[in-house]
Design a protein around this ligand. Structure first.
Ligand code: SF4
Length: 329
């Protein structure tokens, strides 16, 4: 969990991040170039030791945000300043060093595991790539991490198909931890798991965070999972960040109509507290042709004329509580 407010130290600052994917123009001759605006001017800060949750419906751009920070896909515009250096300006050795310190855990670790390689060799790979420690010590290091994430030592010699979903996610976390990172981007790490296994993995992530002093960017579509693990939460809709706040504030007093709708669908731990269910009308518009003004205006129950033409700015409306909505102008 986050240190005292006064000790907060910035680890990563994402500024005005845009990721547009070009699509082939329509029409007989290709037409004009069009873009899917997957991430459109997103900014947020990660403080050392905290978990920042990024939440929103699928297709809102949260995973693309994580992947772009890692340079798995190149940004269109913006900065990702990690320990005072812009990752997007790095290459070669510098970028490799940053990638050693920032690791990623994926939703489906199976697809990123080589089916023909034993887990022990897969887990040694980051040590070899980043030239960490001596070769003779690698096995010991791998076995130590395997034990920490709840794997057994004989798993070292097994192949990926011999593991359950929960065990594979433990392997994914072990592979991220092995290089001794500072920041882990967890991209939907529990979405593919049964609910009972989900809480085991969330608890494991929390234990590892304490033990290794980690910072997490935790990406998920399920706000009930995100609220459990996050110190602060950012809510994304159609490529935009619409609200950011400390978890208690966001859950206790959501301000953006989209956040209110997301939370209204989550069962409350106290059955005496009832939230009125807000059902959003219509589908999420296409990021190829997002609505003008506020991107949420086609589904917002509080839409005003202004919302259709003027894009709301992200404003601080309470301590560390930001919202992009004309209701708070
Ligand atoms: Fe709704 Fe307007 Fe606020 Fe957008 S700016 S969320 S349309 S009230």
């Amino acid at each position: 969990m986050l240190q005292a407010e006064t000790e907060k130290k910035v680890l990563l600052e994402v500024q005005g991040l845009k990721k547009y994917f070009p699509v082939k123009g329509l029409g007989m001759f290709g037409g004009t170039q069009q873009y899917v605006k997957a991430v459109d001017d997103v900014s947020f800060t990660l403080y050392e030791g905290e978990t920042f949750g990024l939440v929103g419906e699928s297709g809102c751009g949260k995973s693309t945000t994580g992947r772009t920070i890692m340079r798995l896909t190149e940004p269109t515009e913006g900065k990702a300043v990690y320990r005072n250096v812009d990752i997007f300006g790095q290459s070669g050795k510098q970028l490799r060093k940053t990638r050693e310190e920032i690791q990623m855990v994926f939703q489906d670790p199976y697809s990123s595991l080589n089916p023909r390689k034993r887990i022990g060799s897969t887990l040694q790979e980051p040590l070899i790539v980043h030239k960490l420690g001596q070769r003779k010590d690698h096995t010991e290091r791998v076995m130590d991490i395997m034990q920490k994430v709840g794997l057994q030592l004989d798993h070292f010699y097994r192949f990926p198909h011999e593991f359950s979903g929960g065990q594979r996610q433990r392997i994914g976390l072990a592979r991220a931890l092995i290089a001794n990172p500072k920041l882990i981007i967890c991209d939907e790490p529990v979405s593919a798991l049964d609910v009972s296994i989900q809480s085991q993995i969330v608890n494991l992530l929390q234990r590892m965070q304490k033990e290794f002093n980690l910072t997490y960017l935790f990406i998920a579509h399920d706000i009930s999972v995100v609220r459990h693990i996050s110190d602060r939460i950012g809510v994304m809709y159609l490529g935009k960040m619409v609200e950011t706040a400390p978890t208690d504030n966001l859950i206790g007093k959501p301000l953006h109509p989209y956040t209110q709708a997301l939370l209204s669908a989550v069962p409350m731990p106290n059955p005496r507290i009832k939230r009125e269910r807000i059902t959003l009308k219509g589908e999420i518009p296409s990021p190829l042709n997002p609505p003008s003004g506020c991107v949420f205006h086609t589904r917002c129950p509080f839409v005003m004329d202004k919302c259709k033409t003027v894009q709301p700015l992200n404003k601080e409306v309470g301590q560390d509580h930001f919202v992009a909505c004309h209701l708070y102008d």
